[in-house]
Design a binder for this molecule. Structure first.
Ligand code: NAD
Length: 506
C-alpha cells in the first residue's frame, strides 16, 4: 500500500503549474516497496512535450517571481520551513516506503534537507551586494546578483527528499523558477514537497515536477529556456549531463559517485573507529554517496580493527524500514540486491578474504524483499574491482598501508574524491591528512562529513563536474549571476572630463 496521497489509481503524476497531470506519455515505471518486493505504484515517464510544458510554465512564472521582493520571498521560505517541519514524519514515511531505508534514517535525511530551507530563509542577507563609495571623483561602484531564470534539478534515488532540497529552496529564494526531475525509483516525496510549497504561498509554476528517465533528462538538458542544471547521481551520468548541458550553454553542477575511504591510524581509538565506520558503511544499506566503503588500516591497526569490524557487522539488525529496531533496511531494487551480491562473488574470485558474507540473507516474513546483509572483505588491493567500483551497497572492503603517507597516496590515486575520514588521536597527522588529501569533504574522527547547510557540499575529481559545490554560499553563487555597476551623477563641474584614454581613477 502506498503512503503517497498524490497517486491517482496507483499512478504517480507530474506536478505542473500547481496541479498534478498525467502528461502525454503512456510509458510507466514500477515503484517498488523494497521491504516486501511488491509493486506499490507506477510513475509516469515524461516526454519532451511534458518537459516543454513544465519549462514554459516555469518561464512564465519567472516573469513575475523575479519581481517579488526578497523580503516577501523570505516570508514564503519561512512558511515552507514551518510546513516541512510539520511534515517531517510524513515525508520520512514516503521515503521509507519507496526507498527502503529505516524510518529514523529517513527522518534524518528530511531534517538535513530542512536545514537547507532554514539557510535559504536568510536570503536577504545572502544576496546583499557590495558598495564602494568614491572609487573616482564623484564615482561609486557596486555589485549585486540576479537570478538566472528557469533552473532544473535532476536527482538520485538515494536521498529523495534531501538532495532536491539541496537545490530548490536556494534556487527559488534567489528568484529562479524550478523544474525537478526526481528519481523514478522513489518519486513521491517530490509531490508532497510541491504541495507544501503551494501551501506556503509559492505562486503556481515556480516549482514543478516532471517524472521520467533518460527521455525527460535529455529534454531538460537540451531545452533552450533552461539556464542551469544541478545534477546529483552516478559518475557516468554526471559526466554525460555536464557535457551535454554545457554544450547548449547552460551553467552546470553535476555531482557524481564516490568511493569514500576511512583511514585508521594505529593511535586511533579502535573501538570508537569501528563503531563509527560500521554505522557509516552499513547505514542506509551503504546507499549513501558519503558512505564509507573502503577502510585503509595503517600499520598495526589492521588485524585488531578487522576483528572489531567483524563483530559489529555480524550484529547489524537488518529489517524492514518501518521496524523501529532495524538499523539497516533493504536495498532499492531486486537488481541492486543481485548486483551487490555479485560483487562479493567478484571479491572471492579476485582473492579477497570474505570476513562477513551478506549474500543470501533471507528475512522471515520478507522473503521477497530486496535484502542483502552486511559484507566485510579483507586483504583487498587497489587492483581489485571490489575496490575500484562504487558498489553502492553494504559491502565494506579493507586495504592495508604501512604509513600515513602511503594511505594518502592510495586515497589520492582513486579517481573519486567525494568524502574521506581519518581516525587518529594525533592532531599533526590529521592536519597533514587534510592538507594533502585530494578529496572535497574530510572528516577528522567524523565518518560522514556532510557539510552543514551553511557550508557547501561537493567532491573533487570524478565526484563533481563543474566548478561550484552545491548548497551553502556556493549554491547562492550558482543560482545567481553578478552585475557590477560604475555610477556617476554628473555636476556641471564634471563637464569636459571625458578622455580618450582607458578610464583611470581621478
Ligand atoms: P543515477 O545516475 O542512475 O540517476 C540519477 C538521475 O539521473 C536520476 O534522476 C535518473 O533518472 C537519471 N538518469 C539515469 N540514467 C540516465 C541516463 N542514461 N541519461 C540521463 N539521465 C539518467 O544514480 P542513482 O542510482 O539514482 O543514485 C545513486 C548514485 O548517485 C551513486 O553513484 C551515488 O554515489 C550518487 N550520489 C552522489 C551524491 C553526491 O553528492 N555526490 C549524492 C547522492 C548520490
Amino acid at each position: 500500500m502506498s503512503t503517497n496521497q498524490h497517486t491517482h489509481n496507483g499512478l504517480i503524476e507530474h506536478w505542473i503549474s500547481g496541479a498534478t497531470t498525467p502528461g502525454s506519455s503512456s510509458r510507466r515505471a514500477p515503484v517498488w516497496n523494497p521491504a516486501t518486493g511488491e509493486r506499490q505504484a507506477e510513475v509516469v515517464l515524461g516526454t519532451a512535450a511534458d518537459v516543454d510544458l513544465a519549462v514554459r510554465t516555469a518561464a512564465k512564472a519567472f516573469e513575475t517571481w523575479q519581481e517579488v521582493s526578497v523580503t516577501r520571498r523570505s516570508k514564503i521560505l519561512f512558511a515552507f520551513r514551518e510546513l516541512v517541519n510539520q511534515h517531517v514524519d510524513d515525508l520520512a514515511r514516503i521515503v521509507t516506503s519507496e526507498h527502503g531505508k529505516v524510518f529514523s534514517d529517513a527522518r534524518g535525511e528530511v531534517l538535513r534537507g530542512l536545514e537547507v530551507v532554514e539557510f535559504a530563509c536568510g536570503i536577504p542577507q545572502l544576496l546583499k551586494g557590495e558598495f564602494s563609495e568614491q572609487v573616482s571623483s564623484g564615482v561609486d561602484a557596486y555589485s549585486f546578483r540576479q537570478p538566472l531564470g528557469v533552473v532544473a534539478g535532476i536527482t538520485p534515488f538515494n536521498f529523495p527528499a534531501m538532495v532536491p532540497m539541496w537545490m530548490h529552496p536556494i534556487a527559488i529564494a534567489c528568484g529562479n523558477t524550478f523544474v525537478l526531475k526526481p528519481s523514478e525509483r522513489d518519486p513521491s516525496a517530490a509531490l508532497l514537497v510541491a504541495e507544501l510549497w503551494q501551501r506556503a504561498g509559492l505562486p503556481d509554476g515556480v516549482f514543478n515536477v516532471v517524472h521520467g528517465d533518460k527521455e525527460a533528462v535529455d529534454a531538460l538538458l537540451d531545452h533552450p529556456e533552461i539556464a542551469a542544471v544541478s545534477f546529483v547521481g552516478s559518475t557516468p551520468i554526471a559526466r554525460y549531463v555536464h557535457d551535454r548541458a554545457s554544450a547548449t550553454g547552460k551553467r552546470v553542477q553535476a555531482l557524481g559517485g564516490a568511493k569514500n575511504h576511512a583511514v585508521v591510524l594505529p593511535d586511533a581509538d579502535l573501538e570508537f573507529a569501528a563503531d563509527h565506520i560500521t554505522a557509516a558503511a552499513y547505514g542506509s544499506a551503504g546507499q549513501r554517496c558519503m558512505a564509507i566503503s573502503a577502510v585503509v588500516a595503517v600499520g598495526a591497526a589492521g588485524d585488531a580493527l578487522v576483528e572489531k569490524l567483524r563483530t559489529r557487522a555480524e550484529t547489524v539488525r537488518v529489517g524492514p524500514g518501518e521496524d523501529d529496531t532495524a538499523e539497516m533496511g533493504p536495498v532499492v531494487t531486486r537488481e541492486a540486491r543481485d548486483r551487490i551480491a555479485s560483487y562479493v562473488d567478484t571479491g572471492v574470485s579476485e582473492g579477497a578474504a570474505v570476513v562477513v558474507d551478506g549474500r543470501g540473507l533471507r528475512l522471515e516474513g520478507h522473503e521477497d524483499g530486496f535484502f542483502v546483509g552486511p559484507s566485510l572483505l579483507d586483504q583487498v588491493t587497489p587492483a581489485m574491482k571490489v575496490y575500484q567500483d562504487e558498489i553502492f551497497g553494504p559491502v565494506l572492503v579493507v586495504l592495508r598501508a604501512e604509513t600515513l603517507e602511503d594511505a594518502i597516496e592510495l586515497v589520492n590515486a582513486n579517481p573519486y574524491g567525494n568524502g574521506v575520514a581519518i581516525f587518529t588521536s594525533g592532531g599533526e597527522a590529521a592536519r597533514t591528512f587534510q592538507r594533502k588529501v585530494s578529496v572535497g569533504m574530510i572528516g577528522v574522527n567524523v565518518p560522514i562529513p556532510v557539510p552543514m547547510a551553511f557550508y557547501s557540499f561537493g567532491g573533487w575529481k570524478d565526484s563533481l563536474f563543474g566548478d561550484r559545490h552545491i548548497h551553502g554560499p556556493e549554491g547562492v553563487g550558482f543560482y545567481t549571476r553578478a552585475k557590477a555597476v560604475t555610477s556617476r551623477w554628473p555636476h556641471v563641474e564634471h563637464a569636459g572630463d571625458a578622455a580618450f584614454h582607458f578610464p583611470t581613477a581621478r
